[in-house]
Design a protein around this ligand. Sequence first.
Ligand code: SF4
Ligand code: MG
Length: 325
Amino acid sequence: KKVLLKVDQLKQYFPVKTESIFKPKAFVKAVDDVSFELFEGETLSIVGESGCGKSTTGRAILRLDEPTDGKVYYSGQNILELNKKEMRKLRGDLQVIFQDPFASLNPRQTVKQILNEAMAIQNVVEKPKRMDRMLELLGYVGLPPEALDRYPHEFSGGQRQRIGIARALAVDPKLIICDEAVSALDVSIQAQILNLLKKLQKQFQLTFLFISHDLSVVRHISDRVMVMYLGKVVEIAEKKDLFDSPLHPYTKALLSSIPVPNPTLKRERVMLTGDVPSPIDPPTGCRFHTRCPFAVENCKQVEPALREIRNNHFVSCHRAEELAQ
Ligand code: SF4
Ligand code: MG
């Protein structure tokens, strides 16, 4: 498998406003030392509760917010070192679809203007050929040609997300980051959009980084899944391995809250207690120790490294082997 994107020790710290100028500067460690690889043509999902750093990771990779530290390799170069001009060129390869297409589509532009602008910025299609291309794009996402002259507010939520997808496709991307792309939609519409994304992925050899808090959506779309907690990666595995035999207590807790698809699999139930601690002053050692039913003294002192415990199955827990028995 070819690595399309390699994220290496990515950090995103946001300064916290303090009332007193005498107080030392505090930081929200939203993403703290995150490393992973994204393979060409796959869908890797990032899951976790809100505030775990999954969206921040996506935004940092695209430099929508400039990351604090780390490296992001794409076709051999660290994109965090690219200048504005080089970065603009790369934007065509790396696209993003957000939860609320209404917020990301200009309400005063028709679909034609929206698609045309995307193509013009990246200069992917010559002007005379743009009309044909727009009709082609609408066809790919299942919208009629009449959609071109209409405005975003004239469409339903699902249709608007189709416009967002057409806009992303317009520039011939390699990677699309989908940030809660179906979270605002009804379940039946969600399934339609997920199936559309899957179809387009095959058709255009797209790679997806799929950010979602919704485990049933993640189960539908992913090849691999990465679980984050308080800015850290706690587990990465093939979808089946993650859902059928999760290793990290936090992953087990997340999965305990959704129905078991296969009742013959007796999955251990882990209940979460307490709230997510503040990312400004996260717990020492394993960040999950304040909520983990299996925590021992060592967990409070020493931060567990992400280790490959089984084939392609990585987990950061001191007791992973023991608990897997
Ligand atoms: Fe729980 Fe300790 Fe494992 Fe952290 S390292 S998940 S506290 S058992
Ligand atoms: Mg988010």
